[in-house]
Design a protein around this ligand. Structure first.
Ligand SMILES: C[S@@+](CC[C@H](N)C(=O)[O-])C[C@H]1O[C@@H](n2cnc3c(N)ncnc32)[C@H](O)[C@@H]1O
Length: 471
């Protein structure tokens, strides 16, 4: 196969469309030489010098008032400023006129969802006093530091991202038979870079400068300079779900300041995206002292240290947080954290168990959560909720409300549908635990069958009531 000249082909094809002359462009096998050459010639390419043709993607300008979303068969994908200037005027009257809109890459259906979101766009909340500074973080580039003591739940910054988009775009290719998977992924990366370039050019110059100053850990994997920074600094947004798509990609936002927050496996801050203000909110997950570095997590904190280090590899560093340094003890502690919902169900059903049966266990595991710095993990929320429920069942309203308050604080820091799905998973586990409790062990089933056979009734006897397995 001849070498791929990405620049020659993509630059040419960016402005041309294959049109419709009956050839399937996205055949999974690739085109035989004769068909491929026909297409290459049509684009004025030297057939010998290329192995693929990119079908120009139709990325629409949603800010353009003449754009017709129904003209395309599929849900169109495009770019726009969010909130658009016309809508942003509402926030300007509230004193937020210094804010810019986010340059977004999104599907039209998601745009509509955002526009119909209650109270969109709302004014951006501000902390009472400046809460942080960005400065050098030894061995990590720069980082974010607390300027003053912060209490749990306190807002550190609400920030509108400079840029927002899905993790990848589909590139439809026409390729010569034999074009490899690796070749295709190179083209995808290049196409993604081009789309980012389109939105990058729409950003105000100060944001372009701030974007290019961000860290880039993807310099050797085929990512261009914009995509590299997008992948290094993207903050996942799980609240932004396109209601018209069953499987959704988690969009990422790039911020000037929040993207400077470094990672820790025991982070002291949590971030969440609020659609109404179209901002990330960064809040303290536990009390933070003045001068302390503010951290979030980039990986699955419940995984053991070796797995976490693997997940962090694309960011180009090895984590040296206290849990990673002391990983033998820490891995054990983290592995001991588990859902206590089944224990709660057991306590609710068995009145002979002591009143503090679940509370004691929850408090024991909350102590582990605190030792490991996992106050942003949904298990912490579960323990708080269970304690509150237990106290409620015991008639201790004061204690119940006190734990409910802590739970509300957690929700303020971590508003995320992830917790809803986590709660559903737990519900599933509870149901499984319950059904196990209701199904008699195999040996008992056999005994029952035998005794039934012995006591078999004549065919005309009255039917028995349905057998119940309830204990
Ligand atoms: C999102 S940026 C964070 C801000 C970055 N430190 C900077 O200077 O712009 C992610 C990059 O920060 C660095 N980083 C983040 N957390 C780190 C940590 N715990 N230890 C070492 N480097 C870290 C890595 O280079 C990573 O690719």
């Amino acid at each position: 196969m001849t070498t791929i000249d990405l620049t020659q082909i993509t630059q040419k094809l960016l402005h041309d469309s294959p049109g419709d002359d009956g050839i399937s462009l996205d055949t999974s096998q690739g085109l035989d030489d004769a068909t491929f050459n026909k297409w290459a010639k049509r684009f004025g390419l030297d057939p010998e010098g290329s192995n693929y043709i990119v079908r120009p993607n139709q990325f629409h300008d949603f800010d353009d008032a003449s754009f017709d979303p129904d003209a395309d068969g599929d849900v169109p994908i495009g770019y726009m400023t969010m909130p658009p200037p016309s809508k942003r005027a509402i926030t300007e009257t509230e004193g937020n006129d210094d804010e810019f809109g986010t340059e977004c890459i999104l599907r039209y259906s998601l745009k509509e969802h955002i526009f119909s979101y209650p109270h969109f766009p709302s004014p951006i909340p501000r902390p009472e006093k400046p809460a942080y500074e960005i400065r050098e973080s030894p061995g990590k580039g720069v980082g974010m530091y607390a300027l003053r003591a912060l209490s749990a739940g306190e807002l550190i910054i609400a920030e509108r991202p400079m840029l927002l988009g899905p993790p990848a775009v589909n590139v439809q290719l026409v390729w010569r038979r034999g074009f490899t998977h690796e070749d295709k992924s190179k083209v995808s990366l290049l196409e993604w870079e081009k789309l980012l370039e389109t939105v990058f050019k729409r950003m105000p110059p100060e944001n372009q400068k701030a974007y290019m100053e961000l860290a880039n850990s993807h310099t050797h994997d085929g990512s261009g300079p914009l995509l590299g920074r997008f992948r290094t600094n993207g903050l996942g947004i799980d609240t932004l779900v396109d209601p018209f798509r069953t499987s959704h990609a988690i969009h990422s936002g790039i911020c000037k300041d929040i993207s400077r927050v470094n990672h820790s496996c025991g982070p002291n801050a949590g971030r969440a995206f609020d659609i109404a203000t179209f901002c990330f909110e960064l809040r303290a997950a536990r009390p933070i002292s003045a001068g302390e570095e503010i951290t979030i997590h980039y990986c699955s904190v419940m995984d053991k240290c070796s797995l976490r280090q693997d997940q962090l590899k694309p960011y180009g560093f090895r984590c040296t947080c206290p849990s990673c340094t002391n990983h033998v003890v820490s891995d054990k502690r983290r592995a001991s954290l588990h859902s206590l919902a089944p224990l709660f169900m057991q306590w609710m059903q068995d009145r002979s168990l002591p009143g503090d049966y679940v509370i004691k266990e929850c408090l024991r595991l909350i102590a582990v959560i605190k030792e490991e710095g996992l106050e942003t993990h949904p298990l912490y929320r579960e323990y708080l909720e269970l304690i509150s429920k237990c106290y409620d069942a015991l008639g201790d309203v004061g204690q119940s409300v006190s734990f409910l308050r802590q739970l509300k604080l957690f929700d303020k820091v971590n508003k995320s549908p992830l917790y809803a799905s986590y709660a559903l998973k737990q519900l599933g586990e509870q149901l499984i635990a319950l059904s196990r409790a209701r199904v008699p062990p195999e040996s008992e089933k056999k005994k029952k069958k035998k005794s039934k056979k012995k006591a078999a009734k004549p065919a005309d006897a009255a039917p028995e009531p349905l057998e119940e397995t309830v204990d």
